[in-house]
Design a protein around this ligand. Structure first.
Ligand code: GRF
Length: 194
């Protein structure tokens, strides 16, 4: 294996993969931590091209395969995965996976949890709700994953001011900048602290 004794991360992503790309780039030259696999449930996701460019294998799955405990754990074990990083992954993580990776699955949410979280609160829906609320700030939350959407222990939060004139698209842009600046570093500290 080219990654030797490095700690191995799998990134789970369903969409564009801008966070996944930042994480891949961040760890590319890290001697201790490697992004070993991308797990994706959407054959049209942008993250697949990012993985290919960086020569990281992508495992394309379905909801059914994710819930097939024996099959899916065999795949992750085949890659030697130690930690799971969710970066815009839209399927619910099954209980067996939380049990197999206790405190070893991390997620990023594009708002200040517990506000604007839970089932159905993802992507632009979050930013539209924030804008409609008139809140003067939003932010990012990085948290451990349990079997309920957006409810695991919070590891890190960072806020950003909003202008009354900010549109949901402008809020999304501010949040993406925060995510890209912080998620890779927070993952590194979290893994290093284990
Ligand atoms: C991010 O905003 C993240 O917070 C959320 O999904 C989005 C993924 O964006 N969980 P990208 O695919 O990384 O660009």
């Amino acid at each position: 294996m080219s990654s030797g004794d490095r700690v191995r991360l799998a990134i789970f992503a369903s969409g564009a993969g801008s966070n996944a790309l930042k994480i891949i780039e961040h760890f590319a030259a890290n001697p201790d931590i490697s992004v070993t696999a991308i797990i994706c449930n959407n054959p049209n996701a942008g993250v697949i091209a990012h993985a290919r460019e960086h020569q990281i294998p992508t495992l394309l799955i379905t909801r059914k395969l994710l819930n097939d405990q024996e099959w899916f754990l065999t795949q992750l074990n085949g890659f030697g995965i130690d930690y799971i990083v969710l970066a815009g992954f839209l399927l619910l993580i099954p209980e067996y996976l939380v049990d197999a990776f206790p405190e070893k699955i991390i997620n990023i949410h594009p708002a200040l949890l517990p506000k604007y979280g839970g089932k159905g609160m993802y992507g632009m829906r979050v930013h539209e709700a924030v804008q409609a609320s008139g809140d003067t700030e939003s932010g990012i939350t990085i948290h451990l994953v349990n079997t309920h959407y957006d409810e695991g222990r919070i590891v890190f939060q960072k806020s950003v001011s909003l202008a009354p004139s900010d549109t949901p698209d402008q809020i999304a842009e501010k949040i993406h900048l925060l995510e890209h600046a912080w998620y890779p570093k927070v993952i590194e500290e979290w893994v290093d602290g284990k």
